[in-house]
Write a protein that binds this ligand. Sequence first.
Ligand SMILES: NC(=O)c1ccc[n+]([C@@H]2O[C@H](COP(=O)([O-])OP(=O)(O)OC[C@H]3O[C@@H](n4cnc5c(N)ncnc54)[C@H](OP(=O)(O)O)[C@@H]3O)[C@@H](O)[C@H]2O)c1
Length: 187
Amino acid sequence: MPIPGTKVTVEGHAIVSVDGMIAAADGSMPAALHSDADWRLFQAALDRAAIVVLGRLGHARHPNPGRRRLVLTRSVADLASDPGDPLATLWNPGGIAIADLLARLGILEGTVAVTGGTGTFDLFVPHYDRFILSEVRSLTLPDGIPCFSKGHPRLVLPGAGLEARDMEVIDRGVVQTQWVRPSATAA
Ligand SMILES: NC(=O)c1ccc[n+]([C@@H]2O[C@H](COP(=O)([O-])OP(=O)(O)OC[C@H]3O[C@@H](n4cnc5c(N)ncnc54)[C@H](OP(=O)(O)O)[C@@H]3O)[C@@H](O)[C@H]2O)c1
């Protein structure tokens, strides 16, 4: 579903274990869940985005290399500037809808890149035009933190109307699939 009043493209990015986890049970990201090739593609995609959407913990954990960020948190009523980062806006989706927020920020076109974790990935399920999913084939993370709370991305993404395209081995044991909403590629 497009974000009303905008022409933005919503693009998700995740690297997951075979069982669809973005992190281990304790919230850490094991080294085996990292791929240099995935990281390069991921960073290049974020550089092209108009804004990057991520959870408050990820924002705190990963220093901002100079991108506009939208940071999910329930610590604000609707939206607020981040006193520690002039490029970041703190956002509570319970207080202001994404369409109104993007209008307030003047982001009406370009790519909104959604980088997780779970609460952030879940929120955009109705809106993804594309989801770039990298899967580490030899890794399982029992009781890990899931990409989507409703199930494996290979079930959630088609359930949201996206189709798998352009599956590619990008690194040893790492397969990347571009999930695309057909309407986003029509015409
Ligand atoms: N493999 C991957 O592709 C990938 C991607 C992303 C993250 N990760 C990893 O996954 C692990 C888990 O991430 P995480 O969940 O700890 O961190 P996170 O998603 O970065 O941050 C979680 C915080 O975001 C806020 N939040 C989430 N959903 C919200 C909603 N619907 N409304 C308002 N605020 C919301 C809450 O902040 P407040 O507490 O301030 O309210 C919540 O505590 C981390 O290890 C991270 O590195 C992996």
